[in-house]
Design a protein around this ligand. Structure first.
Ligand code: F6P
Length: 544
């Protein structure tokens, strides 16, 4: 190093050392004055861990909760600490551009492949990955429809078309699967993160072809996901769903004929089906959704996360209930955040809630989850069920605005107020959170909700919006405006393709805390339906 360089570097290190000393003094002063919470070191989990390591109340989640404790210091402090000066920011989505995963489904018809594809897509989209399902059946139907429209030729897609001994049909099915894979690869190249190839891919030969094709692409990970099912009741239910939900393959047949044809189609596939065992492939084999999972060669963050999610799914019938806490004293005063108690009307709601829930759930078991805030714990107090508190369920942290009314925020922080109205999902309160931050902290809650059966969550407006958006697959722009009124129980019943919903409003008045979307912005859509789609929504792009 030259002398000049050495001098420069000495001066620089002196400067850094002085800065560090100043910062350390400032930190000590802040800690001494109580402005800054002392650093908490989280102890490792005890060796006597309960079986559900990541479950509600389990050590992993407890550590997650503790590590995400947000300071809920009163916003009425005269001047905010330096870290929260400036205006609340719109925080951009994380950069996932390097993530390129192909999930190739495997399995016989009526084994729940589309169910798993759909669930995985919704979960990853909720976490902001760009995900798309490429369903070969949809492509086949769309192409056949186009052919019929253009050439007037109607293709025969009865069981005969799916027979391995029909060479021409086998060739055309292979071509469709290849074309769909090409569309998927192209889409990943254009910026997608996870492409799901929803086809049977039920022979070693077909899987080898997919593997060979993906080997030609750099930076793409291939995972096979087999949905194996030998439970006659599930298979029968899937067959019924296929023949009764308006599948275009069966639109000209009676339900009886349709059922017979579909069962024949399944037996054609069974003749050549090979379950996945290839030791060199990355795969997950899920038996009877949730009964047994085999994992082979799954590496990397996103792949492991996908595997973890799929391991937690089940299809046992159940209900998920959402309720906000009863009306709180802060609600009455129009203030946000805080940790106030219930108003007298809120207490009436807490007392009326058990009858509503028990009428609905009967003798079935139920667990109640609350946040750690007083208003949710108070609301749950009369419910005769096991209760768990989650820090992750605490209301969106409004930072310096905590404890203020919307009018006070508009006056004190006009830029923040306008920023939030412009892009509510991305706006992060000074020293607080954005809706995106909340989605991230709710991810373990979603994981656990998938694993559990009947659950009642007594939560908060923003929190329940995020969870509701996951179950109804609602877009980010609509999420912060979803109506979750006070004194109302929302009952969700998960179905194969979405959730049924019922709402029960108790006749106990409460204030309305919903601020509608500003007029200039697009109004939210109603929630998605549970109908399965049978055609590719957008025009099929010709491949180069
Ligand atoms: O007003 C009740 C409340 O739960 C507040 O504590 C919270 O800040 C707010 O709702 C979240 O709703 P929004 O995002 O619409 O301000």
């Amino acid at each position: 190093m030259s002398d000049a360089g050495a001098l420069h570097s000495d001066a620089a290190s002196r400067g850094i050392a002085e800065d560090l000393a100043r910062a350390s003094d400032a930190l000590e002063n802040m800690q001494a004055s109580g402005e800054l919470a002392p650093v908490v070191t989280v102890a490792p989990a005890s060796p006597n861990v309960p079986p559900a390591l990541f479950g509600a109340g389990g050590p992993m989640l407890k550590r997650f909760d503790e590590s995400t404790v947000a300071s809920r210091k009163g916003s009425n402090a005269p001047s905010p600490p330096p870290s929260v000066k400036g205006i609340g920011k719109k925080v951009a989505k994380p950069d996932y551009s390097e993530q390129k995963i192909v999930v190739a489904m495997v399995g016989l018809p009526a084994r729940g492949k589309s169910y798993l594809s759909n669930k995985l897509m919704i979960y990853l989209r909720w976490l902001e990955y760009d995900v798309k399902v490429f369903n070969v059946g949809q492509l086949r139907r769309t192409k056949a429809r186009q052919k019929a429209q253009k050439l007037g030729v109607k293709e025969n897609h009865t069981a005969e078309f799916f027979s391995h001994s029909n060479a021409q049909a086998t060739q055309s099915r292979d071509k469709l699967a290849e074309e769909s894979l090409e569309m998927l690869i192209q889409w990943l190249k254009e910026g997608g993160n996870v492409g799901i190839h929803d086809a049977t891919n039920s022979t070693k030969d077909r899987r080898a072809k997919i593997e060979a094709r993906l080997a030609k692409e750099k930076g793409m990970t291939l995972i096979f996901l087999e949905s194996f099912c030998d439970d006659p009741a599930t298979i029968a239910a899937n067959v019924e769903l296929k023949v009764s939900q308006g599948d275009p393959d069966y639109k000209d047949m009676s339900p009886d004929e349709a059922r017979k044809d579909f069962l024949r189609r399944i037996s054609e596939y069974e003749k050549v089906y090979e379950t996945i065992t290839e030791p060199h492939l990355s795969y997950l084999r899920i038996k009877n959704v949730g009964e047994e999972v085999t994992m082979s060669r799954i590496n990397g963050y996103l792949s492991s996360r996908i595997a973890f999610y799929l391991m937690n799914l089940h299809i046992r019938p159940r209900n998920i209930f959402f309720s906000r806490h009863g009306e709180s004293q802060y609600n009455v005063e129009g203030k946000i955040g805080g940790d106030s108690l219930l108003s007298s009307r809120g207490m009436q709601y807490a007392k009326a809630l058990p009858a509503l829930i028990t009428d609905n759930i009967g003798e079935k078991p139920l667990t109640v989850w609350t946040s750690t805030l007083k208003r949710t714990i108070q609301t749950a107090q009369y419910l005769p069920y096991t209760k768990l508190t989650w820090k992750s369920l605490d209301e969106l942290d409004a930072g310096v605005c905590d404890g203020m009314t919307y009018e006070e925020i508009e006056q004190a922080y006009p830029d923040d107020y306008a920023n939030r109205d412009e892009d509510k999902f991305n706006y992060r309160y000074r020293g607080g959170e954005s809706y995106r931050d909340v989605v991230v902290r709710l991810e373990p809650v979603i994981m656990e909700l998938e694993r559990q059966e009947n659950i009642l969550i007594i939560g908060h407006q923003a929190i329940l919006r995020c969870l509701y958006a996951y179950f109804h697959h609602l877009p980010q722009t609509d999420l912060p405006y979803i109506k979750i009124p006070l004194h109302t129980v929302i009952k969700l019943t998960p179905k194969a393709y979405g959730c049924d919903e019922e709402r029960y409003t108790l006749p106990i008045n409460a204030v309305d805390t919903h601020r509608p979307k500003p007029k200039t912005a697009k109004q939210p859509l109603t929630h998605s339906t549970t109908q399965r789609q049978y055609f590719v929504e957008e025009e099929i792009k010709p491949l180069a």
